[in-house]
Design a protein around this ligand. Structure first.
Ligand code: 9MG
Length: 281
């Protein structure tokens, strides 16, 4: 494992006394995430949500314009740019690191010009031109595993050995990115909870967080906030999954996850502070 994660303008220690898990707050700029669907209101809503996350102690804000929920349709490039670019420019100098959640190379290029610190690609930089789009920047790259695509992924996910297959996929992507000249200190990996996985697959992967980190020697990002895997254990609907999501985030961090991607920033920041204070280092 490298001792730091290069994160655009930031450099996160991964080992030693200054290492701690970072909280990534989710900022969806999708029509269902603001009141009237209008462009102006969406920007205002996004900024005020981001300001709340900043007050709550967020480390990274992950801005996404296209829904990746199971069954979601892809968003045309121009619409995605119209949704995310004003938000990226508005947030760029507010303090936290900024990430953009996209798999489209053209969005990656524009976001890098705007100064983002991370590209979070649920497609693992497999789109033609994705690697070239990010290669010459210094932003961090999150490589996520997904079986099929958001429209197909939850139809009938199947694996022989889910942990081995996710590790093999991530290893191949790390090798492809580094062979293209990308510094491995910019890379983090993500098992992709809920992306082409059954409840059982998700928990086998969550319980294997430490193994994934050890085998790949890369920092790991865990995103399970409010997902069906939380509802599958608690029996709670999406609006009542905060406590369950905190439990999942702590399970990942206890095994070495470097970043947790969450909706509930204030609660996660507090939970991690108490957990950190209460463990033997
Ligand atoms: C965009 N997005 C939705 N869920 C995610 C997850 O679990 N990880 C990452 N990296 N991105 C996600």
């Amino acid at each position: 494992m490298h001792s730091t994660l290069q994160f655009g303008r930031f450099n996160y220690p991964l080992t030693g006394e200054h290492a701690r898990a970072r909280v990534m707050g989710i900022l969806n700029v999708t029509p269902d995430s603001f009141s009237d669907g209008g462009q102006h209101h969406s920007l205002e809503f996004a900024i005020s949500h981001a300001e709340e996350m900043i007050r709550d102690g967020v480390d990274i804000i992950d801005v996404g314009g296209e829904s990746s929920r199971p069954g979601a349709d892809p968003l045309p490039l121009e619409q995605e740019l119209q949704r995310v670019m004003p938000v990226l420019y508005a947030l760029r100098d507010q303090g936290p690191a900024i990430s953009v959640d996209t798999y489209k190379p053209q969005v990656m290029r524009e976001a890098i010009i705007a100064g983002v610190d991370m590209i979070n690609d649920i497609n693992g930089f497999r789109a033609p031109g994705a690697i070239e789009a990010v290669r010459d920047s210094d932003c961090a790259l999150c490589i996520m595993h997904m079986q099929k695509d958001p429209q197909q992924m939850q139809l009938a996910p199947q694996y022989g050995d889910v942990v081995a297959e996710v590790i093999a996929f991530l290893r191949e992507r790390i090798e492809t990115l580094t062979a293209a000249g990308i510094d491995p200190r910019r890379i983090c990996v993500d098992p992709g909870f809920g992306f082409g996985k059954t409840l059982e697959h998700n928990y086998v992967l969550l319980r294997s967080t430490a193994r994934i980190i050890t085998e790949l020697q890369m920092p790991l990002l865990a995103g399970l906030s409010r997902k069906s895997m939380v509802g599958g254990i608690t029996g709670k609907p999406v609006e009542q999954r905060m406590a369950g999501s905190l439990g999942g985030a702590l399970a990942a961090v206890a095994q070495g996850a470097a970043i947790v991607r969450v909706h509930d920033v204030a609660e996660t920041v507090d939970a991690l502070k108490v957990w950190q204070a209460g463990i033997n280092r």
